[in-house]
Design a protein around this ligand. Sequence first.
Ligand code: ZN
Length: 244
Amino acid sequence: MKVLVLSDIHANLEALDAVLEDAGACDETWFLGDAVGYGPDPEACVDRLLELAPRHWLAGNHDWAALGRLDVSDFNPDARRAADWTGERLLGARREVLLACEPRADIPTLGITLVHGSPRHPVWEYILNAQVAHESFDAFATAICLFGHTHVPALYEQGLDGTLRLPVAPDEGQCPEEDARWLVNPGGVGQPRDGDPRASYMLLDTATRTFTLRRVTYDIERTQAKILDAGLPPRLAARLTYGW
Ligand code: ZN
């Protein structure tokens, strides 16, 4: 089975459409959360996801913020402004489907756990360093955990003796079965933060247990123009140029 793994779309329709075209036909889509927030196309991006009908569709902190499910006092002013603006636009069926999402899904038949942030704090925690990654391995039981939230592609490996290998982000690889466990981040579709502005996503073949991390160029200027036209903070447009 060919699985399209997406995370952190952030209402960036141009990036999402570029990814879907690049990926081609897939058997299933797994989405790790943050469909909206920051970007100018929350309605259209939720509609795209409804068309894709992800087998697993997780909630992210920005989804919950826009829905009023989360206290946004920790958000920076730009993110808060975007959450308010987004919340006003999510009505009816789009709101309902986001309200039904949870930030974690376990797929024991495949030995895979999905979370937005981290397995111990699925909504909020960022896995950005070895210490947090090391502790996170205790919070899931499967061989692999896919996570998002940081918008940075990453792979942490834990040996059976509990030792941790520092993050590496190979473009492709073979998932562990008996000899190691993995925490893997496919990167962000709509707001990459690793210095590479291209949209990031992952293809996973569950039969061969191989994965491919892919990057795709998209029409950044068009997204930026929409952000400015919507009256969203200009910084949210500027950062897309740098992937930061
Ligand atoms: Zn995000």
